[in-house]
Design a protein around this ligand. Structure first.
Ligand code: FAD
Ligand code: DLZ
Ligand code: SF4
Length: 534
């Protein structure tokens, strides 16, 4: 039976399940550049260029391996601009008996696919995405009966399953987690490796011209463009990380430096999430560095935990809890996203650095996302729908399955503690300890109240006071609530007034053309409608 095999822009792996068992002589692969995918949130220009260029290179690789690939460019005549439209058009070009596709990473796209059987009157085979270690069913079985989910316990299961860093049935080194050896503040005189950057070839140059013309009003700098767009170059980038950065990965995982955008991070998430790199292969390579004595256990364990622990855990939660998950707003936050998330125009040096680097690179490392932009949004009470939309649009590695639990759950506590045990809320002291941002800031991190006080300081206490009913019972926040309860009334009033004055001064005018449309609310409504229909 001949098949039309649809391969999506984040399924660029030659081992993808939709290709396994397929017949090169009979089947046709369909890949399509889709305007709806680039604009349902208005993705960063670099992200769109990365995906289109990586798709074009992957299509060529498949053709080189003997596959028949029907590739629809964004500006191909008749391109309908949607997945359903392109599948429909392809079915007129090819005489096939069924449609095959690996399950998509987003619930939104899976919903579309569920309608195709009726729309095209053909069987639609949606195959599991076996690039992940834990299937949806396996995660659901693990989650069954647990009141709270904790990544640490899930991670141990994944270690046992993959046999990574195991000595028999025991973890190498006698512990599952070496985090207490990690998380040192970085010093600016440390040697920081450069990340690999790749010169755009002709294919990428064509894509850059296209993206500039069609998506030039999206957030983000398109050039200089240095992403790897092939598996070979992505592997080169990862090999560079293993050699130069992995040994310090754990030590400086939570550090931030003004002039170092990447520190010792791998900067491979766009490649991994698009399918250019394989998670298990990466972890085995990292383990080999430890076994060969080239990287310490705390670094290698920490790295492997991010991939087989956090990455798999957030995906499990996404599929377990969608579509309701997207509507969660436990703290009832309702503020609009301040404009400086798009412009970088703020006196807060830490936020400015994170936003400007995001605009330039479509990348910020985890602690910038969590403890700077995420922390600020939560303290300020920004509606999580707007926060999620921002994170989904601006990062080259962002797809809803990974972005949503990280943003809504981990960083905004909007799921009320399902994903993590406490809100990642912190005042300026934390940022000052882990970074060198505060030295050059307009605000004074030591000041708690008043115009020059660090906004994170008064917003932190204002957040705890404002959300007392919901958070007072959280054991991990109990010491902070004891401090709050003992706080002098006048001081608390002054804190709340400082917070109010600062928040009142924020502008959320959504005032220039590069700003995405506020689709988050519509998305929420659509999700609920979809859920109600089923
Ligand atoms: P490293 O720090 O070098 O870590 C290595 C790898 O571990 C990463 O490439 C990534 O694949 C994986 N990893 C680490 N932490 C996580 C995590 N919490 N969840 C999933 N994978 C993880 N990651 C995304 O891939 N896409 C997103 O859209 C995304 N959105 C985020 C939003 C917020 C608010 C926060 C706090 C985190 C988000 N993350 C997201 C997780 C993390 O910040 C990125 O994976 C990481 O910064 C990618 O950079 P890196 O490759 O240098 O990672
Ligand atoms: C993110 C993205 C973009 C910008 N463009 C395309 C595209 O043109 N064609 C395509 O197949 N995929 C694209 N993607 C990735 C999809 O949005 C992604 O496959 C779904 O969100 C499911 O994870
Ligand atoms: Fe950020 Fe406050 Fe430090 Fe300024 S003083 S960089 S706002 S933490």
């Amino acid at each position: 039976m001949s098949s039309l095999i649809l391969i999506l822009g984040d399924q660029l792996s030659s081992s993808i399940s939709s290709l396994s068992g397929a017949d090169k002589a009979r089947d046709t692969v369909l890949m399509a550049e889709i305007v709806e995918e680039a604009t349902y949130v208005r993705h960063h220009q670099k992200k769109v260029a990365f995906i289109f260029s990586a798709m074009r290179h992957f299509a060529k690789e498949l053709e080189g391996e003997g596959w028949r690939v029907d590739y629809v460019k964004l500006d191909s005549s008749g391109n309908s601009g949607s997945f359903a439209g392109e599948v429909g058009r392809a079915l007129k070009r090819h005489d096939v008996a069924r449609i095959k596709v690996t399950e998509p990473g987003e619930w939104r796209v899976l919903e579309m696919m569920h309608a195709w059987n009726a729309a095209f009157d053909l069987p639609v085979h949606i195959l599991p995405d076996d690039r992940f270690i834990c299937s949806g069913d396996e995660f659901a079985a693990w989650a069954e009966g647990r009141k709270q989910f904790r990544m640490e316990y899930f991670y141990r299961e994944m270690r046992r399953k993959t046999r990574l860093l195991m000595d028999g049935d025991q973890p190498v080194g006698g512990q599952w987690n070496f985090d207490k050896h990690n998380r040192k503040p970085a010093k600016s005189n440390l040697f920081m490796p450069d990340i690999a950057r790749f010169k755009p070839d002709d294919v990428t140059r064509d894509v850059l011209t296209l993206v500039a013309a069609r998506f030039g009003n999206h957030f983000g700098d398109l050039e200089p463009f240095g992403f790897a767009v092939t598996r070979a170059d992505a592997k080169t980038a990862f090999d560079g990380f293993l050699k130069h950065a992995l040994p310090h990965f754990g030590d400086y995982q939570d550090a931030m430096l003004r002039d170092e955008k990447f520190l010792y991070h791998a900067v491979v998430s766009p490649y991994l999430n698009a399918g250019l790199l394989d998670p298990i292969e990466m972890c085995r390579q990292a383990e080999a560095e430890y076994r060969a004595g080239r990287a310490p256990l705390n670094a290698v364990e920490g790295f492997i935990r991010q991939i087989i622990g956090w990455r798999e855990y957030v995906r499990g939660i996404y599929w377990l809890k969608m579509p309701e998950y997207v509507t969660q707003n436990y703290l009832g936050a309702s503020r609009s996203l301040p404009d400086f998330y798009w412009t970088g125009e703020t006196e807060m040096a830490c936020v400015r650095a994170a936003v400007i680097q995001t605009r330039e690179e479509a990348y910020a490392h985890h602690i910038q996302r969590l403890m700077v932009t995420g922390n600020f949004a939560m303290l300020a009470g920004v509606d999580p729908a707007f926060v999620c939309e921002w994170y989904l649009a601006v990062y080259a590695d962002a797809y809803e399955w990974v972005e949503l639990p990280n943003t809504l759950g981990m960083s905004q506590f909007a799921d009320g503690g399902l994903l993590g045990s406490k809100p990642y809320a912190a005042g300026g002291a934390y940022i000052n300890k882990m970074s060198d941002y505060c030295k050059g800031c307009h605000y004074d991190v030591r000041e708690k109240i008043g115009e020059r006080a660090c906004p994170f300081n008064y917003l932190y206490w204002d957040f705890l006071a404002r959300n007392k009913d919901k958070l007072r019972g959280n054991q991990r926040l109990a010491p902070m609530y004891r401090v709050l309860e003992k706080m002098d009334e006048d001081r608390l009033r002054a804190i709340v007034e400082s917070a109010q004055a600062f928040l009142d001064g924020l502008s959320s005018s959504v005032g220039y053309s590069a700003l995405p449309q506020p689709t988050a609310k519509k998305k929420k409504a659509a999700s609920l409608e979809g859920a109600a229909r089923r």
